[in-house]
Design a protein around this ligand. Structure first.
Ligand code: NFS
Length: 672
């Protein structure tokens, strides 16, 4: 008899909306990633990187001391190969997204597209000037044409260096040159990673891993940064805007269209089409009040931070949104899209519409997106969704949603700290130097049904907030905090330590800053670089009291992000199992690679990568690292009692006291 899931919805997720939908799935006898994960134990050998399946002589499972593959490959070679193949796939995914954006910019500049314009001319000019592209007296289209050519060239470039790497600190660039890891061209590094890991090639683990760094740098300081730059230029650099998150954003009386995936070229056009009077009239004629758009995964982040379009949820919410029965169409492009959506949708009226020339799913409706006819295609997609409204069956929309303020691009953070004329990172650096802010943590990455949805994100975020750590977030981690209400000033502030709270109140920001999608981890690199160049926190990223965490990671993109952050000088902690963890208790030396990417990489790059399953241990290591970096900079040790006595919270407490006591508390006991 087939095994049945035994876990309850509350074991699978901390999100009440998700629990409600999982209960509905159970009632209807439908499987989800949550139940499939329970029933499918991961292969214990592949799970820890001890299986080589790169040629037809295997797969070789190396589970005994000294055992090698048929070709003689040792366990550390196999693990290093597996690891950099994952980095290469992640780097390829981000970078291909960046490439698509660069081509769209070129087509927009040439007037070949339908519906797009260059919305952020200021960012276009600033970005072009970084590469000495002439800007004075030239039209935005002329500048954009040159910038697009330069960016497109970075992918196929064979020699030299990816030009965006010059945006790192001077010290970091020199280190990369010394270590031989400056990426030459984005595609070249990914191809070389595949070549080197083919049977009979690179068989020296540190040498293999060094190329993993180079491939990841081609992502972080190449493909991803290009994706962020061009998205901002075409669709606007994000600034704070009010938004909402969770399944409760779906509307009972409207045509619900969920956009899911990654590239804003599609989702932005669907936003534009949904506001077209012709489409609104079409929806009304179908008996709905209008069209309601919502996002899933990083596409959600893209349109949330630029347009305030609500996020229906993060990665594990994709199936749950269909389970509401209220989604007329789920429109997908690339990455993080579960094949299970199509099968699940057959139990409802929901249409799964694929749009990318790169992604089709058996059984889905394919309406191929093309930038040249973007608006027309977006309208066609919406009409397909509207036509489907009449087919709705019984719906159940969980009434859970939270407000948030996303949109903290590095440009906005710079501006908010000093205004238009004095914009700088000085106040942030000062707050860290004084100890009001203990340090910074970037909490990013996916959901993974192998751990309770959002629990690790939430726990780590909340505990670090209490310790006066300023949090920046992207990707599905950001949506987790958004659903918990941590990204709205007052709500989030209640959870922040006193010093952090004081700073957030003074500047008027939430203590958890939403910085965008996963490719926008490039924004975090930019912020850290600006902090390093501002002065007072050393002269490179590895000196800043900052840590990156991906508590619920699952995608290869996350590994690429982790590797480029390490190469940029950051300490990166992944939650859950290590893909190269080995079985150190059974097979000696099966953790050589794991130790190398921690101790070895730290020696070389000042950053290190670790996999830590226990969330409290993640927090402990984060704080220890931050304090170590503070001490190395000669900053005062963090003291939670020193600050937080001038913030709003303090004033509210004092208001309840009689005047004399209030004065004494504020100014000290009067001296006679
Ligand atoms: Ni990042 Fe975005 Fe989410 Fe993970 Fe997937 S959506 S690119 S990979 S699951 S954070």
């Amino acid at each position: 008899m087939a095994k049945k899931p035994t876990l309850r919805p509350e074991d699978f997720t901390i999100d009440e909306a998700a629990q409600e939908m999982l209960a509905r799935a159970e009632e209807m006898g439908l499987s989800t990633a949550f139940t499939r994960a329970e029933l499918m134990a991961p292969c214990p050998i592949g799970n820890v990187g001890m299986c080589c399946k790169h040629c037809g002589m295997g797969p070789c499972r190396l589970t005994k001391d000294g055992q090698t593959g048929v070709c003689g490959a040792t366990l550390d070679t196999v693990q290093a190969r597996n690891f950099i193949r994952a980095i290469a796939a992640g780097s390829a995914a981000h970078s291909d997204h960046g490439r698509d954006m660069a081509f769209t910019l070129k087509e927009v500049a040439n007037g070949e597209t339908e519906g797009y314009v260059i919305r952020d001319v200021a960012k276009l000019r600033v970005t072009a000037a970084l590469y000495d592209i002439p800007i004075e007296g030239r039209s935005p289209n002329e500048i954009a044409n040159d910038l697009a050519d330069l960016y497109i060239a970075q992918f196929g470039q064979q020699r030299g260096r990816v030009v965006l790497t010059k945006r790192a600190t001077a010290k970091r660039q020199k280190l990369w040159e010394k270590m031989g890891v400056v990426p030459r061209g984005v595609d070249r590094e990914v191809v070389e990673a595949l070549h080197r890991t083919h049977i009979g090639d690179d068989q020296d683990p540190p040498h293999i891993l060094q190329h993993g760094i180079r491939t990841a740098l081609a992502d972080g300081w190449g493909g991803s940064l290009i994706a962020t730059d061009v998205s901002d230029i075409l669709f606007g650099t994000p600034a704070p805007i009010l938004g909402q998150a969770n399944l409760g954003v779906l509307k009972e009386d409207m045509v619900n269209v969920v956009v899911h995936g990654h590239e804003p070229t599609l989702s932005e056009m669907i936003v534009a089409a949904s506001q077209d009077p012709e489409i609104i009239a079409y929806a009304r004629a179908a008996g709905a009040k209008g069209i309601n758009l919502a996002g899933i995964c990083c596409t959600a982040n893209e349109i949330l931070m630029r347009q305030g379009i609500p996020a229906a949820g993060n990665f594990l919410h994709q199936e749950l949104s269909i389970l509401t029965g209220a989604v007329e169409a789920m429109v997908v492009d690339v990455q993080c899209i579960m094949q299970a959506l199509v099968q699940l949708s057959t139990n409802f009226h929901t249409k799964i519409i694929t749009t990318s020339p790169k992604v089709k799913i058996k059984g889905a409706t394919h309406i191929q997106f093309d930038e040249h006819k973007a608006l027309s295609i977006a309208k066609e997609i919406l009409k397909t969704a509207i036509d489907n409204y009449k087919n709705r069956g019984e719906i159940q929309i969980p009434q859970h949603r939270e407000d948030l303020v996303p949109g903290f691009s590095h440009e906005y953070i710079n501006y908010m700290l000093g205004g238009s004329y004095r914009s700088s990172f000085r106040p942030l650096n000062d707050a860290i130097m004084s100890g009001r802010i203990r340090g910074v943590a970037a909490i990013v990455g996916c959901n993974n049904p192998r751990s309770k949805q959002d629990y690790l994100h939430a726990h780590v975020t909340r505990e670090l907030l209490k310790q006066d750590v300023l949090i920046v977030e992207t990707g599905c981690g950001a949506i987790a905090s958004a659903k918990l209400g941590l990204m709205l000033g007052e709500a989030g502030l209640e959870e922040a330590g006193p010093g952090l709270r004081e700073i957030c109140e003074a500047i008027g920001i939430p203590p958890v800053l939403h910085m965008g999608s996963c490719v926008d981890n490039s924004r975090i690199l930019t912020v850290l670089t600006q902090m390093a160049t501002e002065g007072g926190l050393g002269d490179d990223i590895d000196q800043i009291p900052a840590v990156g965490l991906a508590p619920e990671w699952m995608s290869e993109k996350a590994l690429s992000i982790g590797a480029y952050c390490v190469a940029s000088g950051a300490y990166v902690i992944f939650g859950g199992a290590s893909p190269i963890g080995g079985m150190p208790d059974r097979v000696s030396d099966s953790d050589i690679v794991l130790r190398y990417i921690s101790e070895g990489w730290e020696e070389q790059f000042g950053g290190k990568m670790e996999f830590v399953a226990d969330p409290d241990e993640m927090i402990r290591r984060t704080l220890a690292h931050i304090d170590k970096k503070r001490a190395a900079l000669g900053l005062p040790a963090y003291d939670p009692d020193r600050f937080g006595r001038s913030g709003d919270e303090r004033m509210i407490q004092l208001e309840s006291l009689p005047l004399a006591q209030r004065k004494a508390a504020l100014y000290g006991a009067p001296t006679e």
